[in-house]
Ligand binder design. Sequence first.
Ligand code: MG
Length: 161
Amino acid sequence: MDLRIGNGYDIHQLVADRPLILGGVQIPHHLGLLGHSDADVLTHAIMDALLGALSLGDIGHYFPPTDPQWKGADSLKLLEQVHGLIQSHGWQIGNLDSVIVAERPKIKPHIAAMRDRLADIMQLDPARIGIKATTNEKLDAVGREEGIAVYAVALLIKPES
Ligand code: MG
């Protein structure tokens, strides 16, 4: 059995008149995340962790923000493609873990729904998807509610062939 680990990081600005989508779940809030796609910062960090584990580059390479094709894109659809790429190389996900750093809104009530959506897209047991949330203790841009950041780690497994 072969193992690989990858990490991903992403941050998006919080602005008015945008939906707040994390892990494919729309969360009620007066601000949302700015981006070319739906700006789902959690899904973006997870995709980068998956790609990083196999040295396949990053999401900017596959879904460049300059390409109008990805304007307003549903990031779960992009994750589906990235997961397919991982599988086409003969790898499967051992587990994922992530930390959402947001001052507001409260993320915890939405974590179960995010895990279910991500698990569904990757045909994974939700128990293999860790999502945690913390504030930035009012420090820096995230602490001033100017954005939301996410750190993610992925462990990939290639079964003995
Ligand atoms: Mg992003």
